[in-house]
Design a protein. Structure first.
Length: 406
């Protein structure tokens, strides 16, 4: 593949540096945090790296999410440094400052503020055409603690045209509850991943990834509630705590492609399918275009569509209290779809080959998302029970960051 093609493909996946690596999906226990994670992934096309150590670099980012009554922002710092020709070490610091007044909060509680801090350290080891990775991550909130370990290995074959990667993650969560010092629940999580990346032609790279995730323990949110009919209530319904199964297994498969165009541009796409034992089936499709201007500017446009079916035990309105053994009204468990449109602009500063700093980039990214729910109703609306308007909202995610290679 021509060098400029490699540079364009790398530009497509440049946001990878800031994706939190913590395997602690349980920490994303509000719609906004779910949306934030989804939004960060909008700028990413996953491809296996060739057997080379990551470059020495430092990144500093500010991220902001606004939408659905939620506000999330904070900084992230990433440092990478090679030790000789075989070892690279990394460290990442990531903060979410959260203030909430979403529909879920306003329906059952009052607005709140909290902060999530994530720290991770990583080690990469290169031996011939084999790259091994080890990472440890912690995530902390005032009512939630998570730890995770990730081990990965990638191997190049057939003249470096084929890369096989495997990965395993293990996570441990501790769930608390504000206002109840005696509440403490635990969950264990495991993820297996297998990926294959192939250089098809000098202009085309394709990748296939298969994932399996197993969760066990306390898997729901202690603050979320379901609603059920109660004619004696002023509103015609009341709330009670959600109850989820204590096991969940999910599988996902994704196909990616990056194609270099002859005028220093590229198109990329991704198709992904997901299913789990809770009855949720989901698909997503993504298409992006990257264009370079001169030697210094990179422009990236992208659009992504996502849709899912509801969990088997989800209902917007139950007929009575404790109608079923498992009950959910979390809108992330409902039938919904979203479409996201994103834009990124990168300016690259070049330095002298003899300079300590080899290269630097200034990056601005924004994604606009629109969520529409098919069976989750706005209980704040003035309407008869069960006839409230279906809920929908939009959100914007902004990221500004500086990267320095040295």
């Amino acid at each position: 593949m021509p060098k400029v093609a490699q540079e364009v493909v790398v530009a497509v996946i440049k946001s990878e540096a800031f994706i939190p690596k913590c395997f602690c999906w349980g920490s994303i226990r509000s719609a906004a945090r779910f949306v934030m994670s989804l939004a960060i992934m909008l700028g990413v096309v996953t491809t296996a790296n060739a057997a080379v150590l990551p470059q020495d670099r430092s990144d500093a980012m500010y991220h902001s999410y606004q939408g659905g009554g939620m506000s999330i922002d904070g900084p992230s710092i990433l440092l990478r440094k090679k030790i000789g020709n075989k070892v690279s070490v990394s460290a990442n610091y990531y903060v979410d400052s959260i203030s909430g007044a979403s529909i879920d909060v306003l329906a059952t509680a009052s607005p709140y503020e909290e902060e999530r801090t994530e720290n991770s350290v990583g080690l990469d080891f290169l031996h011939n055409k084999t790259l091994m990775n080890l990472q440890y991550t912690t995530s902390s909130e005032n009512d939630f603690e998570a730890r995770s370990v990730h081990v990965g290995l990638s191997q190049d074959f057939f003249g470096d045209l084929t890369t096989l990667s495997i990965g395993y993650s293990k996570g441990w969560d501790e769930v608390g509850k504000r206002g109840d010092e005696n509440f403490l629940e635990e969950a264990d999580r495991q993820q297996y991943q297998l990926g294959l990346t192939q250089v098809i032609t000098k202009n085309l790279i394709m990748g296939l990834t298969v994932e399996n995730i197993s969760d066990q323990g306390y898997l729901n949110n202690p603050y979320r509630s379901v609603r059920f009919l109660d004619p004696s209530s002023e509103r015609g319904f009341r709330f009670e705590t959600e109850v989820y199964p204590n096991t969940r297994t999910s599988n996902a498969v994704s196909l990616t492609a990056n194609y270099y165009l002859p005028y220093r541009a590229s198109v990329y796409g991704e198709a992904r399918a997901f299913s789990d034992t809770w009855g949720i089936d989901a698909t997503s499709f993504k298409l992006g275009y990257v264009h370079t201007f001169g030697d210094d500017w990179i422009l990236d446009f992208r659009v992504r569509q996502y849709s899912q079916d509801k969990a088997d035990f989800y209902q917007d309105l139950f007929n009575r209290s404790e109608e079923f053994n498992f009950r959910a009204r979390d809108k992330e468990m409902s039938t919904f779809s979203n479409i996201a449109i994103g834009f990124s602009l990168t300016y690259e500063f070049q330095f002298s080959p003899s300079s300590w700093v080899k290269k630097s980039t200034l990056n601005y990214e924004i994604d606009h998302m629109r969520f529409s729910y098919d069976d989750f109703r706005d209980v704040l609306a003035d309407a008869p029970v069960g006839e409230e308007p279906l809920f929908e909202f939009s959100a914007n995610v902004t990221r500004v960051y500086v990267s320095i290679w040295y």
